[in-house]
Design a protein around this ligand. Structure first.
Ligand code: ZN
Length: 317
């Protein structure tokens, strides 16, 4: 099985030859991850938007009403409760009113049964690549595509509470995909102020922690990231800082040298974006300790909170 638009590691634990080109903006070693040892991460926490959860062992209850177990089945999916009349952009209030955020839940639960379709090659500028991949899963069968939808839905709620207009590239409302080029176009056509693609990694046991993937400078074919490299880094750094704070999770111990940041030029979803965009790998679905977090609805709520805080921080900077 190929799991890879989004994961260089997966089961095929390839070496990662490339390091961040810029010196790490922040250097946080896993061993130094105490509240007092966060160093540069604190820079993002002083921006006035206020991370809420303290780093550490605090347990934050899942938000009531958040579904801990997303279901891809339309027949089982409850209708979205809508106590208020249909949303109108003109009615939105809050610090993110008027801002458009596109959330891209990585993969699709239906991809597993549409391998032919998702293996179709698409052009990502630098090369051709599979339309989409299945994503990874835990040993117990909790799929990355279910995880990404759950976190994305929680994130949508949090951003909408701040007045943002949130659009999904898909909401398990299609049999498979979309393809990675279509996912990128979605954000472009929405003229999104920020786009985040939500994932969990499939790396080796012992590899733990989160990392945010920033677009590399790429100019080839339809890909030209020159205008988004800077703002995407700003977005990604803020998300990394807030994610750390909200979840208490450590930055990846296998990617990014402890910074929680990686830069890649091989992802169609980034290469083809013309608006600020990052991916996040929230943890490693192949590592038992990370799995304990990723499968916990209250942790997923914290993950969504960290993402929302990072996006909000970026949009109100
Ligand atoms: Zn993924």
């Amino acid at each position: 099985m190929s799991y890879d638009e989004n994961h260089r590691d997966n089961w095929h634990h390839e070496p990662r030859p490339r390091r961040l080109r810029r010196g790490p903006v922040i250097v946080v070693t896993a061993a130094a991850l105490t509240v007092g040892g966060l160093g540069g991460w604190l820079a993002w926490q002083a921006d006035g938007s206020g991370g809420r959860a303290p780093v550490g062992s605090a347990t934050t209850a899942a938000k009531p009403g958040s579904s801990p177990t997303p279901t891809p089945s339309p027949t089982l999916a409850p209708p979205t409760p809508s106590p208020a009349p249909a949303k109108s952009p003109t009615k939105a209030t809050g610090p993110l009113a008027g801002r458009v955020v596109v959330v891209d839940p990585g993969h699709n639960p239906g991809n597993f049964s549409h391998t032919r379709e998702i293996n179709r090659q698409v052009d990502i500028g630098t090369k051709r690549k599979e339309c989409d991949t299945t994503g990874t899963a835990t040993d117990a069968g909790y799929r990355e595509a279910e995880f990404t939808l759950d976190v994305s839905r929680r994130l949508r709620t949090l951003l909408e509470e701040q007045g943002a207009q949130v659009e999904f590239t898909h909401d398990a409302d299609r049999p498979f995909g979309p393809c990675i080029d279509e996912r990128a176009r979605f954000g472009n056509e929405a003229k999104a102020d920020a786009v985040v693609s939500v994932h969990a990694d499939g790396s080796a046991v012992g590899n733990r922690g989160f990392h945010v993937i920033l677009p590399d400078r790429v100019k080839a074919g339809a890909a030209d990231t020159s205008k988004i490299v800077g703002p995407s880094r700003e977005l990604g750094e803020r998300i990394a800082g807030k994610f750390l704070r909200a979840t208490g999770s450590s930055p990846s111990n296998y990617v990014g040298g402890g910074t929680g940041l990686d830069v890649r030029g091989d992802l169609g979803g980034l290469n083809l974006s013309t608006v600020p965009k990052v991916f996040i790998e929230c943890g490693n679905m192949r590592d038992p300790e990370d799995v304990a977090l990723l499968t916990d609805p209250s942790w997923r709520q914290k993950a969504a909170q960290g993402l929302a805080d990072g996006i909000s921080s970026y949009l109100t900077r």
